[in-house]
Design a protein around this ligand. Sequence first.
Ligand SMILES: Nc1ncnc2c1ncn2[C@@H]1O[C@H](COP(=O)(O)OP(=O)(O)OP(=O)(O)O)[C@@H](O)[C@H]1O
Ligand SMILES: [Mg+2]
Length: 278
Amino acid sequence: MDNTIIKLENVSFSYESGDDPVKALDDVSISIKEGEFVAIVGKNGSGKSTLAKLLNALLLPSEGKVLVDGMDTSDPENTIAIRKACAMVFQNPDNQMVATIVEEDVAFGPENLGLAPHKIRTRVDESLKAVMMYEFKDQKPHQLSGGQKQRITIAGVIAMHPKCIVFDESTAMLDPAGRTDTLKIMHKLNDEGVTVIFITHYMEEITNADRIIVMGDGKVVKEGTPKEIFADSEGLKELRLGVPEVVALADLLREGGLDIPEGTLSEDELVEALCRLK
Ligand SMILES: Nc1ncnc2c1ncn2[C@@H]1O[C@H](COP(=O)(O)OP(=O)(O)OP(=O)(O)O)[C@@H](O)[C@H]1O
Ligand SMILES: [Mg+2]
């Protein structure tokens, strides 16, 4: 069975700005399977957010085809079903909250789906529990921290039961605790079968992704497992990208003559490799 949930076929996209259109995506082909955790990285302006918006039919390709769960985004009749299948979480939670009470905010999506009140109640409660914010259900969003607000935004998305969630730098504005919590929730959802597409500038956050897609100037320039992608620190540097601190340290130790295996990605793996040297 073909379990492809996202497919981009030779997609290009240009913004019409003034006389000169800006080509943000140039002949991009990507395929993502249901249940995958895919990270997308690339320097500023490489086209990541444009790509994200194409997955939600917020933008339509200038050339090529975008299929979400088999549905062509360029057919307006598919738009509602596409947004239900593939939801988005953006960077700033303040721009994504619509109600003045937490539980009303989470209920907004399911209400728009036209669900019966008792079903909405169940979904709101389940979703708030999934992001560990149930006890905040009667609070006002402005009383919460950035990380807590982002968790409420995610609850609102989960309440719609999407198959796929695109997180566009959803951890970027959060403090370290907020980032850790959000990442944990993303992985928990993925463990439960939700496809996760995570756009980020923080390489540390994606060492346990299934796959990393590297964008550069509107094109996919590399694709592979974290081990494959981070094995080429020099190539990433040329794309103005870094590697996780652990990888940089492992590279330095290896250059210094220590026998640290290629593909060491986590602190635990590095400690293990160092202890083996004794
Ligand atoms: N609304 C717009 N109008 C015109 N050009 C745009 C618009 N939005 C983005 N662009 C341009 O399209 C290109 C890709 O932008 P995009 O926002 O997709 O990049 P990004 O990889 O998400 O960058 P960042 O890491 O800064 O979020 C850039 O050259 C950008 O300046
Ligand atoms: Mg962006």
